[in-house]
Design a protein around this ligand. Sequence first.
Ligand SMILES: [Fe+2]
Ligand SMILES: [Fe+2]
Length: 237
Amino acid sequence: MLTFAQLSDLHLDNGPRATARARQVVDYLRPLAGELDAVLVTGDLADHGLAEEYKELADLLDLPCPVLMTPGNHDDRAVYRQVLLGQAASQEPINSVHDIGGVRFALCDSSIPGRDDGWLADETLAWLDSVLGDGPSFVCFHHPPVLLHSWVDGIRQFGAERLEAVIARHPGVVAVLCGHAHTAGATTFAGRPLVVCPGVVSTLVLPVEDKREHAPGLALHVLDDERRLTTFYRTVV
Ligand SMILES: [Fe+2]
Ligand SMILES: [Fe+2]
């Protein structure tokens, strides 16, 4: 059994509001972190892709468990690489694979430099196809590849039929995990669960709801030995 947390859309800008909301969530997580197998963070880590914002993130997410991160449309690949990964600046997609407790996490860079919508580059899809084996795995990225019936639809991940074809070749994919929508949500993609993580910095509301702000949230995922994923959402006040 694997238990891990997912955060998304911290949009750290070294300002008091984003910092306070991120701290609320991390203060909730920190006492649990020793029991968690991982913390997954699905993009929009920084608000402007600045080095100081990534330094704040690194300090905040210094947790006693593996922290897996992937960029979003507010991130800057070059600065992200330099500050978070200690690598040379490059605009190549930031893809990474992590094996935790017999489960593979494939983190794909769905950002497009200079744009808010998302797309998986051909090289990212080829890489994903090569790292997904027969064992249980999660495909993780920032932009949801489906309509969520809200304003975020216009900047969703496009070209999703290409991703669907890759996932169809890999029955071990348990679920697709994403962020970007700043709301908890659950739907399906390529016949698998598609789980949307709530946002830390703000909450998207549907057209039928009032416009009040909601508390920051996170997801807690449990993958059992039958490869069934159960997701629990928490709001942290
Ligand atoms: Fe965001
Ligand atoms: Fe985003």
